[in-house]
Design a protein around this ligand. Structure first.
Ligand code: SF4
Length: 379
């Protein structure tokens, strides 16, 4: 994940970059320089060569990455592809808030073969709970216009879909219907970041309530029971896939190793940037593209811990009946001062309720086909 811009044109008040524990963005350059891009390309090339990687995936991120503008983005992507061509396949995507997705930007992204994901939290009410400009003005109309632009026939091939952060204050069915109305190819629901020390909205650490599962389960049922799936939903598909014995394709679930590193705008390596929710400096590694190969990150305990699967989890997760699907949840969500990351997720009760519901629904569907989860896993 390349942080090509460190500032944003929105001021979403739940953003882990600007509004949670870590405030290191203040010291970052506004944009990634050509020198940093060149050094990053060298490190990726080195890593691909050493490990014989036949493909790498590069996600342009921020802040708001489109603030870098077509000229700078074109130079960044051109430099990466030029260095990596012939060595490994390169897929480039961008995750944007959508505000700057006008016709010229959409044409540029398609010409450069950059896949586009957009963040939107649902209907106008849900989105404007948090995703606003600094002065509180709604971003909804501009984002929906950007999505409509990416759905045009000439740009649709590069539209990846939407990321929607769950807002408990919003009606889930209204959020679902409004997202379906946008006719996007895929969507995913994200849980707001939080830890046992700084719990997410609506949760007290250790309480037995399951507000996030209660919000998501009706949407899973609508999706699962639809005669034809109206949209691919990454979380639901990942949880079904893991329940059937598959491998994780989603860093929030399962026991697979994490194959992601963040390169900040100044070239420093960071761990998954949601670690910024944990504490000031929690995502930092003290290493970067100008001095260290990517493999140097394996010297860091929290990086190796994220590769260890079951062995990295605390006692309660290791004994949990759904651990192979849940995986203890997203790594930063396990943090508690004193015990670090060896705790269940702060979302434990929600994850348990959601996953056991999904597995129950799956078991019923399999039974109607004369088989069972156990039989499929065994095969
Ligand atoms: S449901 Fe809770 S105890 Fe079970 S694996 Fe997930 S976080 Fe751990």
């Amino acid at each position: 994940m390349l942080k090509v811009a460190s500032r944003c044109n929105l001021d979403c008040d739940y953003c882990y970059v600007y509004h949670l524990a870590d405030q290191s963005w203040r010291a970052q350059p506004r944009f990634m320089s050509d020198e940093t891009v060149a050094a990053t390309a060298e490190r990726i090339a080195e890593h691909a060569r050493v490990h014989g990687l036949d493909a790498v995936s590069i996600r342009l991120h921020g802040g708001e990455p489109l603030l870098a503008g077509p000229e700078r983005l074109g130079r960044i992507v051109g430099a990466l592809r030029a260095r990596l061509s012939g060595l490994t396949e390169v897929a480039v995507t961008v995750q944007t808030n959508g505000v700057l997705l006008d016709e010229a930007m959409a044409a540029f992204l398609v010409d450069e073969d950059i896949g586009v994901g957009v963040s939107l939290d649902g209907d106008r009410y849900a989105n404007d709970l948090h995703r606003t400009y600094l002065n509180g003005r709604s971003s909804y109309d501009e984002v929906v216009a950007g999505i409509a632009m990416m759905r045009r026939p000439e740009f649709r091939s590069h539209f990846l879909g939407l990321l929607c952060t769950v807002q408990l204050a919003a009606d889930p069915v209204r959020v679902w219907d409004s997202l379906l109305d946008l006719e996007v190819p895929t969507l995913d629901f994200l849980l707001p970041h939080g830890t046992w020390e700084r719990p997410p909205p609506g949760l007290e650490p250790g309480d037995a309530r399951t507000p996030y599962a209660d919000w998501l389960i009706p949407l899973f049922d609508r999706w699962f029971d639809a005669p034809a799936r109206p949209v691919a939903v990454r979380t639901f598909e990942s949880l079904l896939h893991l329940s059937l014995g598959g491998r994780a394709s989603h860093e929030s679930f399962g026991l697979g190793p994490i194959a992601l590193v963040v390169v900040e705008t100044d070239g420093s390596y960071e761990q998954v940037d949601s670690m910024k929710a944990v504490d000031e400096g929690a995502a930092a590694t003290g290493r970067g593209v100008f001095t260290d190969p990517l493999d140097a990150l394996f010297a860091l305990p929290t990086v190796t811990q994220r590769q260890l699967g079951l062995d990295a989890l605390g006692e309660r997760c290791r004994a949990c009946e759904i651990v192979s699907t849940c995986g203890g949840g997203l790594f930063p969500h396990r943090y508690r001062p004193g015990t670090g990351f060896t705790n269940p997720s702060v979302y434990c009760a929600d994850l348990y309720a959601l996953i056991t519901h999904i597995q129950r629904r799956l078991e019923e569907a399999l039974e109607r086909r004369g088989t069972s989860l156990a039989a499929i896993r065994a095969s």
